[in-house]
Design a protein around this ligand. Structure first.
Ligand code: ATP
Length: 236
């Protein structure tokens, strides 16, 4: 397995609350790995810990074979990009201005334009609305801008927190098709998703989060044959 990310014995959390206990996880390069499970068990916390927004209390995080730097901006700079839950767009700025914000740490203008074209190729609707303000976009369009802004950082790995949240089934399918396309183009994606059926078509590895640790790990095929696990944890 060609690992882009390796998390070993990671514990993390908030000031007075340790949420993650001894997490072990690898992410294969050019694939989608999904953290699944019910609300409030630490899925978002794991993305924040990997991106450096929360401290590593014990354990280690290796990115491309090397220990990650301490700060979140430095981790973003080496290519670990977080797309947070809830879009967090600049509402009075246009689609394109929001997208360009994602490239703030890059210098090569031509390469930035190239990535912008890639975003528009992946989400043609954003090209049509490039001059439209973010506050007048639909929920699905906002999500596309959030993911596109993550792409603009041109990291090797994107961590995306609940891309399907609040969206209609057809839009969810479009978003996941786009993520599948990105992974096909060698981006590595770690996605948090409460409902595993949404991501089952495109992810190759799954980790079920329960109480700050993984209660189950498996492949897409193993997930498909894991009826009892789905029932127990997800009410499926
Ligand atoms: N900023 C915070 N300060 C203190 N505790 C927090 C904070 N954010 C989350 N927590 C707690 O950490 C635990 C895990 O929350 P987390 O958001 O990681 O869960 P989750 O599985 O991603 O669920 P959700 O999808 O609802 O966010 C919860 O008990 C939550 O109350």
């Amino acid at each position: 397995m060609d690992k882009i990310l390796s998390v070993k014995g990671l514990s993390s959390g908030y000031k007075n609350l340790k949420v993650l206990h001894n997490i072990d996880m690898d992410v294969e390069r050019g694939s989608i790995t999904a953290i699944i499970g019910p609300n409030g068990h630490g899925k978002s916390t794991l993305l924040k810990a990997i991106s450096g927004l929360l401290p590593t209390l014990s354990g280690e995080i290796l990115f491309d074979g090397a220990a990650v730097p301490a700060s979140a901006p430095d981790r973003a700079r080496i290519g670990l990009v977080l797309v947070p839950q809830g879009d967090q767009l600049f509402s009075s700025m246009t689609v394109e201005e929001n997208l360009m914000m994602g490239s703030f740490s890059r210098k090569n203008a031509r390469a930035i334009r190239q990535t912008l074209h890639e975003v528009y190729d992946l989400f043609p609707r954003l090209l049509e609305r490039r001059q439209q303000r973010a506050n007048s976009l639909s929920g699905g369009e906002r999500r596309m801008v959030g993911i596109g802004r993550g792409m603009m950082a041109d990291g090797q790995m994107m961590m995306i927190d609940e891309p399907s949240l609040g969206l209609a089934p057809l839009i969810i399918e479009q978003i996941y098709d786009a993520l599948g396309h990105l992974a096909g183009g060698q981006k590595s994606i770690l996605v948090v998703e409460e409902n595993p059926s949404r991501v089952a078509k495109v992810a190759s590895a799954f980790h079920l989060m329960d109480g700050g640790d993984f209660a189950w790990n498996g492949s897409a095929e193993e997930l498909a044959n894991s009826g009892d696990i789905l029932k127990t944890y997800l009410g499926g």
